[in-house]
Design a protein around this ligand. Structure first.
Ligand SMILES: [Zn+2]
Ligand SMILES: [Zn+2]
Length: 250
């Protein structure tokens, strides 16, 4: 019987987190282009345009590269180290892992990313790191220049007042500041998460681990601790029972 197998990140069905992230990025772009850029000074406007559109191009490029990567065990396994995948009913490389969401064996499986709706493995891990770096740059540009616009609003220098009067005919300046504040905070928070992910993956690289192996190791350690705790407890209980037995009755 045929079972669905996901080819890449753009294969249907799309995940809710994937759709949400697309919608969020589109909102970010609209707010930044319509409510931030027009209120910047000419110097900041040029700098913001270069940084924003450059990082956005990188983001789109790496998003597509990660999503379209062909991640499937090509059956070129070494017969001595190969193992049988019970889901694929086929021999696969020893480092491959079956992703139940994509229903395929992925070489050097790292994790399944819900936002990208695809696995991260040998075929796209480097692009995934580049995607994180471009996301960091993109959100830095947004947070930095929307923060700059808010700063200009509170300082209210002559140039800003002149600009806001000109643009105020089309958009509400106060509403624009509120939207820029939300944009700045959300981009800053996203950057905190991305930085954490980058540090985490640096740690994994140093220790020659994948995310999946790290999770498995942590789980095994926890299970060992629970088992050791149970053994100590049972030994303590046994000693207590023995003590009761040898204590002479008064
Ligand atoms: Zn498999
Ligand atoms: Zn997957």
């Amino acid at each position: 019987m045929y079972r669905y197998r996901r080819n890449n990140g753009f294969s249907r069905p799309y995940s809710y987190t994937q759709i949400s992230s697309w919608v969020f990025i589109i909102i970010q772009i609209i707010v930044f282009v319509v409510l931030t850029l027009p209120l910047l000074t000419l110097f900041h406007l040029i700098a913001a345009c270069i940084m924003f559109f450059f990082s956005l191009s990188l983001l789109i490029y790496f998003w597509i590269r990660v999503s379209l990567a062909r991640l499937i065990d090509d059956a070129s396994y070494n017969i001595d180290t190969a193992r049988l995948c019970n889901y694929c009913c086929a021999n696969v490389n020893s480092e491959s892992k079956h992703c139940k969401i994509c229903n395929k064996c992925v070489p050097k499986f790292d994790h399944h990313c819900g936002i990208l709706n695809t696995c991260i493995g040998m075929g796209n891990y480097k692009f995934f790191i580049c995607l994180l770096l471009s996301l960091l740059l993109y959100n830095c540009a947004i947070a930095g220049f929307s923060g700059r616009m808010i700063g200009d609003y509170f300082i209210s220098n002559e140039e800003f007042v002149h600009r806001s009067r000109r643009i105020g005919r089309f958009i509400n300046i106060h509403a624009s500041v509120v939207m820029n504040f939300l944009l700045c905070i959300s981009s800053g928070l996203i950057n905190v998460v991305i930085l954490f992910l980058l540090v985490f993956h640096l740690y994994l690289r140093i220790n020659h681990l994948t995310t999946y192996q790290y999770i498995q190791q942590s789980r095994n350690k926890r299970e060992d601790q629970i088992r050791t705790g149970e053994t100590i407890n049972s030994n303590v209980n046994k000693t207590e029972i023995d003590n009761i037995k040898v204590t002479p009755a008064c």
